[in-house]
Structures are given as C-alpha cells and as structure tokens.
Design a protein around this ligand. Sequence first.
Ligand SMILES: [Fe+2]
Ligand SMILES: [Fe+2]
Length: 194
Amino acid sequence: MKLNIDIATPSKQEWLDAVMEDFDSFLQDHLDCERKASAMAMSFVAKYPDRTEIIPELIETAIEELEHFQQVYDLMQSKGIQLTHSIGEDLYVKALIKLCHSGRQERFLDRLLVASVVETRGAERFRLVSEAQKEPELHRFYKILWASEAKHGHLFVKLALNYFTEEEVYPRLEWWIERESEVIDQLEIRAALH
Ligand SMILES: [Fe+2]
Ligand SMILES: [Fe+2]
C-alpha cells in the first residue's frame, strides 16, 4: 500500500550529524514524539467521534505509538538515560497545524494529511538513523520503526479517502508535502527528531 508520495526534500546531513553526536538527547526527544503521536491518533477519536469507519485504525495506531514509546523508554533505561522533566515546544508540528484550514471538513482533511506527512518524515529520519547506527541493536530497532512510521504515513491518507475523493485528497497532499519541506528547512538543527 503506497498512498503517500514521498517527502519533497531529504533531511540534511547536518541534521544526522547533530543526532549522532548527541544520541542521548535525540532519544529524549524521540520518546516524547512517540507519546505525542499516540495522543494525536486518539485526539482524532475525541474530536471526530462520528467518523466510526476510522476509529478502530486510529485506536490501533495509538497503541502502536505507545508501544514505540515503551520500547524507546526501555532502551533509555538500559542506557541509564533519565526522562527529562520538560521537553521543548514542538515548533515543527505547531507550524504545520497553523497552516490547517479552519472549516470542520477541511480541517479534518488537513489534520489527517498533516499526520501523514509527519509520519512520512519520521520514517525518512528513522531510516537515516538506522543506516548510521553502528550498534546492531539500534540499527535493527530504527529499521523496524522506519517501516512502522512509513506504514502510518500511508494509513492517514487511506483514512482520508474514506471521506474525501482522490481529487480532493491528492492535490492537497502534494500541497502539504511542499509546506512540510519548507517548515522543516526553517527549523534550527538539533539532536531531535525535528
Ligand atoms: Fe511511532
Ligand atoms: Fe507513527
């Protein structure tokens, strides 16, 4: 199933270098991203309880993200890395959400497509992290996550197609892929997922 076309701009080498130089900080942020991904999937259930066709897959996704959270947490525990008390604002997701339409139907489509582009970027970055990892365990771990987030990138487009036509979904998805590239390009490079 390939529903999301790929990201428009690949992540920079500088980003990967920053992550590999301070992998502990990256793990802290990654952990938080998994928690937020789980919450985001459940927020669709809370905001759109009448969209019953997609609720089972949203719950399943939320559980998967929480499992990722647990796996990253276990990994951090094994490395003796503590949870941080507060994590910085997610400027990336915030900038994307700001671009969403405000009408109920349009916003529903936009939120699904934002979820898709965020997951697709996550997949691209986990692939880069996996390939750069020297530790076999971490290499494997990020490879599994890469596949899982790529699947989520497609899933949110599939969910949108339950309620919108291909003519409504795909041009808007392309628009979002362009915006996502602009937003990620403007972010300060740090040892974090975004
Ligand atoms: Fe995840
Ligand atoms: Fe995901």
